[in-house]
Every structure is written in C-alpha cells, then in structure tokens.
Ligand binder design. Structure first.
Ligand SMILES: *Cc1c(COP(=O)(O)O)cnc(C)c1O
Length: 419
C-alpha cells in the first residue's frame, strides 16, 4: 500500500493515528492479518459472526448460490432462497409472527418496523404517531433508528433531523416500578403507536441487562393499551442470550420482530422484520395507496438468503445451544477471577454476553481507559472494543476454552497495566 488510504472508517477517529490492521482471511475465532498476526476476534466482528468466521456450510451455500442467481428485483418477484428462508424462520420463530419482510441491515429493519407500526394505525383510519423508547437504547444509525435511540455524543450534531419520542427509564435493579409506571403513563392515552426495546440486553448503550420478568411486564403493559410491541433482537437474537431469542426467556411474543446480524451467521448483510397477521392485514387491500411503501435495492438478495438458509441448517443440525452454554460457563469463571483482582463493578452476564465496568473517574463512552484497554489488548492479539469503561465479551460460539483462557490472561495483564 502506498500513501495514505482514502478509506474513511466508521466510528473511528482518524485523528488519533491508531493502527488500522489489514485482515486477509479468517476462520473460526481467528483473524489473520497481512503482517502475519493471528488475532482472536472475541466480539464476533461487532456482534455479527455467531458460529465462527467462514463456517464451511455457509461458505458453500454462498458459492453455490452465486453461480445461480446473484440479484433480483423483489417488488412482486421472488426466488427460492427467500421463500425457503421465510418458511424456515416461520418454523423456528414465534407462531404469531406470520410474515417476513426483508431488508439489508439492522438499522433498516428498525426503520421498517417503525413504518409498519405507523402504517398499521394509518391504514386502519386511526393514525397514531407517538413512539416510546427505553433510555440507553441503541437501534441503529439511520435517522429513524437514531431518533428512537439514546441521544448523546454520537448523534448530537444530527439532532435537528431526529423526531421526538417518549423515553422511559432503564429498569435498574430495585427501580423497575419507575419503568413500568412510565410505560403505563405513556401508553394509556391511546395515542402511542409502538414501544421499541432491546430484550434483556441493551447492547451499544453499555451492555446493560435486565431480567426476563421485567420484559414480560412491559410486554403486558403494551398489550393492555393496544400499543404495538417491537422487539429489536438484532443483537440479542440467534442465541446471544442463551436462547434463540431473548424474548423466549420472558415468554413474550412481540407484534414486530427485527433480526439482522446473526441471521446469516454474520456472513452477509441481510435483515428481516417479522410481523403478525393484523399488521400485514392492515396493508392488505385492493387499494394501492395502502401497500407497504418500503424497499431497498438489495432487499432479499439471493446470495444473502442462501447464507441465512445455511445458518438455519446449522441451528437445526449442530449443537449450537450446547456450545453457547459451555462458553457461557467458561466466561463466567474467567471474569469472576478478574473482577476479584481489580476495581471492577457491575459484573453481569446474559448467555454469551458478559460485561464488567472498570472503575474510573471519567466513566462513559468516551472514557480514556477504553482506548487504553483496546490498544493493550490489540498488542496481545485480541480484538476487543470496550464501550468506554465497560469491558465485554461476545465471542463466536466456536471459541475454544484455550482461546477464552488466552483472552482472560490478556485482560488480566492489560488491567494491571492501565489501572
Ligand atoms: C447493531 C444493532 C442495530 C443496527 O444494525 P446495523 O446492521 O448495524 O444497521 C440495531 N439494533 C441493535 C440492538 C443493534 O445491536
């Protein structure tokens, strides 16, 4: 490579001059860089890779599909991979979610969910516009997704473009009633179109966790007041929390479900927004003005759908949940050892996601210690990206105990260095 790269990276401050590793190939939990390093990817390349990089079944499905049909208009046309995937999802997702709408990223799946909710009310002749959200949420980086997410340094400059929402407090332990009361108050006026929430774990907001009974209660409140319940399982889905969906643990079925990230095992960009029959039916009519007005060029791309079908086959035929349970236990033991040694608070875990907060004065997303930990871990060939002073793991399910042990040793050394 000669000269400075013209690539402008996302969520990256080029002005800090951090090294930008060039990765040539990957398998399992390991990234191979151009300069010969083997880096452990313990955050699944930002939460997307579930079974491991380059799972042979997914690679094969992509290769086979690429030779058959690369791309197809999806407005009124269809192809077998999309048909198979929709039926495959119907078979494993809650029965009430009868319809599958395709798009190509998590943010878009959220935009689609919000538009479906407003379309539902508008097409039934009772327009509702209010959206209720939870404090510290993250739902993506497009304008609508940002609007329903936490406001902060990441979107301050764009706030004039964001629409107003009503925010309820995060259900901190012992303060759950404040969350329930706020949701009840927001919904009871009868003008709330939908409540959108990340079930059990708020990811980018700092790996904040709340128990299943809280999720259950929030869902019940929405049902009581006819508020649509949108579950954003873009991060929590596909086994991350120890079950296929986080909603499962609360016995909850949403009206609208957003899935992306692990839908293709993390191999290809693809998302779905699944909806119940009443939501589909509100758009079903001989009247063209009531159709669902959303599409993007790569909606239901056949190669991405083929990759997702291979992911479903892996879920059907391989012991995925056993792998998750095993790595969950190993993570817990490792983090407990580390937390006992350093000024650590709030050690928490939901399935494969484990997190702890390093005590510092400038706690928060811009905490200095985050960058220092990231650099120290990278020097030890570990890819981890702390959220400020929150250190977390979200590894691919193929990670071995030895690889997790190597991660723990590196974390131990780095904490000793930076604290
Ligand atoms: C990552 C994420 C999104 C956005 O998905 P993209 O594919 O990055 O657009 C939305 N919601 C949650 C909970 C996420 O973790």
């Amino acid at each position: 490579m000669s000269g400075r790269s013209p690539v402008w990276h996302p969520f990256h401050q080029h002005g800090l001059g951090e090294p930008i590793p060039l990765v040539e190939r990957a398998e399992g939990a390991v990234l191979h860089t151009a300069d010969g390093r083997e880096v452990l990817d313990v955050i699944s390349s930002w939460w997307v890779i579930t079974h491991g990089h380059n799972h042979p079944r997914i690679v094969e499905a992509i290769q086979r599909q690429a030779e058959q049909l690369d791309q197809l208009i999806f407005a009124g046309w269809t192809h077998q991979p999309a048909e198979d995937l929709a039926r495959g999802l119907r078979a494993i997702m809650p029965q009430e979610l009868e319809y599958v709408f395709y798009s190509d990223s998590g943010s878009t799946a959220v935009e689609v969910a919000l538009k479906m909710a407003l379309g539902f009310w508008a097409n039934r002749g009772k327009p509702r516009a209010k959206i209720v959200v939870m404090e510290h949420s993250y739902h993506g980086d497009t304008i609508g997704a940002m609007s329903v997410g936490e406001r902060g340094v990441f979107n301050r400059a764009y706030s004039p473009l964001l629409f107003d929402v009503e925010t309820i407090p995060f259900p901190h332990s012992g303060r759950e009633q404040a969350t329930f009361d706020a949701l009840e108050a927001a919904c009871k006026g009868g003008d709330t179109a939908a409540f959108i929430v990340e079930p059990l774990v708020l990811g980018a907001g700092g790996m904040l966790m709340y128990p299943a009974d809280v999720l259950h209660e929030m869902r019940a409140t929405c049902a009581r007041h006819d508020t649509l319940f949108i579950a954003d399982e873009i991060m929590t889905g596909w086994g991350r929390t120890g079950t296929l969906l986080a909603c499962e643990q609360a016995g909850v079925v949403p009206d609208i479900l957003c899935l992306a990230k692990g839908l293709t095992g993390g191999s290809m960009p693809l998302a779905v927004t699944m909806a119940t029959a009443p939501i589909y039916d509100a758009h079903y009519s001989p009247d063209r003005s009531k159709l669902f007005f959303h599409s993007s060029s790569f909606t239901a791309n056949p190669i991405a759908c083929a990759a997702a079908n291979a992911n479903l086959a892996i879920w059907r035929e391989e012991p995925v949940l056993d792998r998750i349970a095993s790595l969950t236990a190993h993570e817990a033991a490792g983090f407990a050892r580390i937390a006992a040694k350093y000024p650590i608070t709030n050690l928490r875990q939901t399935g494969s996601i484990i997190a702890m907060d390093v005590e510092v004065e400038d706690a928060g997303y811009l905490a200095d210690v985050g960058l220092k930990m990231r650099a120290g871990l990278f020097a030890r060939d570990i890819l981890l990206r702390p959220l400020g002073n929150t250190l977390y793991l979200m590894p691919p399910y193929c990670i071995s105990d030895a690889q997790l042990d190597r991660t723990m040793t590196a974390i131990d050394e780095v904490l000793a260095e930076v604290l």
